[in-house]
Design a protein. Structure first.
Length: 224
């Protein structure tokens, strides 16, 4: 049976809101969404209703009725999709690469979000995942331009074991590449390459690396 928290997360996914943006917009404490239990206090419900008058509070608390007030039958197919535990994951669109790099590890930086259907073994609520939009054709044809890729953060103490396709921040650069050789254990560098043969390979020293995410799967891509 769905919990109040799960229903609230569905509403945020429908609105394309991150938990942080929702909490800020309603003037709720940071982490409110993740701490929601079996009910929500009346004063907080009132705050939510003022900012999001289309949300059916009865549905939120009891699960009965439609998510939105006065929802016509045509909204049911959308609700059916959202019901499959769609989770908002921090999203880095191509146009926001620079600001993401500049704000890396800044806890006050509010990111966009992208709704993802979790697959087996993916704890998308853990805070370790991002969705990254590809910019360019260096990873084509495997990962075309404008594709959105789900990736999981690799802790620094496990960088030496990283392999395959990664998203990496080094210096002021954010890119997605394939690890050709991981020399962090004995040589203090990574050798990276593009899948597109028109691009070459290059090395990144460990001291330049600021973050690494393991590319998990493509969640959206265009058909050309």
């Amino acid at each position: 049976m769905e919990t109040v928290r799960e229903r609230l997360i569905k509403f945020l996914a429908y609105k394309h809101l991150s938990q942080g943006k929702f909490e800020h917009s309603v003037n709720l404490s940071t982490g409110f969404v993740s701490k929601v239990g079996d009910s929500i206090r009346a004063n907080n419900l009132k705050k939510i209703e003022v900012v999001y008058p289309d949300l059916n509070l009865s549905w939120l608390i009891t699960g009965e009725g439609s998510m939105l007030k006065g929802s016509p039958p045509t909204i049911l197919p959308v609700a059916s999709y959202i019901r499959e535990n769609l989770v908002n994951v921090p999203y880095v669109p191509a146009v926001a690469k620079a600001s993401f790099v500049e704000s890396l590890y800044d806890t006050t930086y509010e990111m966009d979000s992208y709704g993802i259907m979790p697959e087996d073994g993916e704890d998308l609520m853990s805070g370790d995942y991002i969705v990254y939009q590809i910019n360019g054709d260096s990873m084509a044809p495997n990962i075309p331009n404008a594709s959105k890729v789900l990736a999981k953060k690799i802790p620094e103490e496990k960088w030496e074991m990283a392999s395959g396709v990664i998203i990496i921040v080094y210096g002021k650069t954010l890119t997605i590449k394939r690890i050709l050789k991981n020399g962090l254990f004995d040589g203090n560098y990574l050798t990276l390459k593009a899948d597109n043969p028109e691009y070459g390979q290059f090395q990144v020293e460990r001291k330049e690396i600021r973050g690494i995410w393991k590319a998990i799967r493509i969640v959206s891509k265009k058909i050309f």
